[in-house]
Design a protein around this ligand. Structure first.
Ligand code: NAD
Length: 485
């Protein structure tokens, strides 16, 4: 390995790095060059067993600590992550290919926000007292037990923390399986948590593909599964969890609409569309990939968009000036190229981009299609790459109907200077995370998650606590028991 801060083994179990080279090797490829930079091994059944046994064994004692004690550890871990942001960001850039310009502000920092937020919240978790005449009921907010987290490859550090932080704040333990494409960063999260004082076994990381994920999901010791991934994987994981009546959080894919009305601030709308399509080279679940532009500003919008996309700095992701990086993998690049070809074949107008860059690694140009219609493949399917589809519309009513005509419901945005319309449109969106005159903000204070096929449950905010804890009610009788016989 050629970079600092590398994890020292494939797995992190019971408070320490663990290797088992009997597992299938998984090469870690730096997307900017296509070169192998590390190798981890998929978890063998013995590793899966060790991780689950460790999480199970640690859970009761972790839950028995006070919320303040648990929270202090999470907050200390947040401080360590912030102090090491540079090294963690470099690692995240090697793991994902995302430019350092992004990773240094959106990955370890976002993970630290979650650890800090839920660390602070841990001491406030409480039940309720319900008076019933002389009798009363009190509720206890209890952890679920052992949680499994399964991650996608676009935000490996953030996903580990968004799942781990609320789970641990509530007194659960976790076995986290990162995506096989980006296995490195979650190991560093585990290492930092232990350095911050986390007891062994509370947060474990094991590597592997879908089979390892499936082994975790079906294990009877597991009480909850939180997945970030695609809808097809979500269906499988949800079904497997249902067989064991396990709790789930499903953070899945999207094909989100972004509505730009004639009265929108043009440059802000263009900026929102750029952020909502090309950040992380378009590999963001909540991206607004169907950009509906009202006819009156369509040409001005496209002209300004092409100008600004032309200014993207595509190059060495470690260079702080680089603003657009490679796709995460050869496979993902080929999938996206396939969609670009479909867009052209089905008659969309290519405004800019559309090609692979002639260099090592997995580079695609930021690509904009105009004159896209609702029935085209690029307007219906999640591409998960830097491909924006611009569609025309005339009326609000028409745009809303078309925006919602999708099985997905993760995000949606609107740019307009008419505030009444903005709130009406936001209310009408069938999506979990909506934006007015903005796009893709995901502060830890706000609930995040999808409607319809885009998911179940919410991450971040107080809402996440509901998905990592359960209520027990205890009825207390103060008088005699009156039985009929
Ligand atoms: P994916 O569905 O291929 O894989 C996600 C994870 O599930 C991986 O760790 C994979 O190993 C695991 N997995 C696969 N099959 C499994 C099975 N049968 N049982 C258990 N685990 C299994 O997704 P991806 O390609 O890694 O990520 C891209 C997708 O993730 C996109 O659809 C994107 O929209 C979605 N995503 C959603 C969010 C969100 O918060 N809503 C965030 C990021 C990415």
């Amino acid at each position: 390995m050629t970079y600092p801060t590398q994890p020292t083994a494939s797995h992190f179990i019971d408070g320490t790095y663990v290797e088992d080279s009997a597992g299938t090797p998984i090469d870690v490829i730096y997307p900017a060059t296509g070169k192998v930079i590390a190798r981890v091994h998929s978890a063998t059944p013995a590793i899966v067993e060790r991780a689950l046994a460790s999480a199970r064994a640690a859970q009761a004692q972790w839950a028995a600590m006070t919320g303040a004690e648990r929270g202090r550890i999470l907050r200390r871990a947040a401080d360590l992550m912030r102090a090491r942001n540079h090294d963690l960001s470099v690692l995240e850039t090697y793991d994902t290919g995302k430019p350092y310009q992004e990773t240094s502000v959106a990955d370890a920092t976002s993970g630290a926000d979650a650890l800090e937020y839920f660390g602070g919240m841990a001491a406030t978790l409480a039940g309720q007292h319900i008076q019933l005449g002389q009798d009363w009921v009190y509720t206890r907010r209890e952890p679920l037990g052992v949680c499994v987290g399964i991650g996608a490859w676009n935000y490996p550090t953030q996903i580990a923390c968004w799942k781990g932080a609320p789970a641990m704040a509530c007194g659960n333990t976790m076995v986290f399986k990162p995506s096989e494409t980006t296995p490195l960063s979650a190991l560093k999260v585990a290492e930092i948590l232990v350095e911050a004082g986390l007891p062994a076994g509370v947060f474990n990381v094991i590597q592997g593909l879908g089979d390892v994920g499936a082994a975790l999901v079906t294990d009877p010791r597991v009480d909850k599964v939180s997945l970030t991934g695609s809808v097809p994987t979500g269906k499988k994981v949800y079904a497997a969890a249902a067989a064991g009546m396990k709790h789930v959080t499903m953070e899945l894919g999207g094909k989100s609409p972004l509505l730009v009305f004639d009265d929108a601030h043009l440059d802000n709308a263009v900026g929102g569309a750029i952020l909502g399509n090309f950040y992380s080279s378009g590999q963001v679940c909540s991206n607004g990939t169907r950009v509906f532009v009202q006819k009156g500003i369509k040409e001005a919008f496209l002209t300004r968009l092409a100008e600004r996309v032309g200014k993207a700095v595509i190059g060495d992701p470690m260079d702080p000036d680089t603003s657009f990086g490679p796709m995460v993998s050869q496979r993902q690049m080929e999938i996206v190229e396939g969609y670009i070809a479909r867009g052209i074949a089905e008659g969309a107008r290519l405004v800019c981009g559309g090609n692979r860059l002639n260099r090592d690694g997995f580079w695609l140009q930021p690509t904009v299609f105009a004159d896209v219609t609702d029935d085209m493949t690029i307007a219906r399917e999640e591409i998960f790459g830097p491909v924006m589809s611009v569609l025309d519309f005339e009326t609000e009513e028409e745009a809303m109907a078309r925006a919602n005509a999708t099985e997905f419901g993760l995000s949606a945005g609107v740019f307009t200077s008419d505030m009444t319309r903005a709130h009406r449109v936001a209310a009408g969106f069938q999506a979990g995370a909506c934006f007015i005159n903005s796009y893709n903000d995901a502060p830890v204070e706000a609930p995040f998650g999808g409607m319809k096929m885009s998911g179940v449950g919410r991450e971040n905010s107080a809402a996440a606590i509901e998905h990592y804890s359960q209520l027990k009610s205890v009825y207390v009788r103060m008088g005699d028991v009156e039985a009929p016989y």
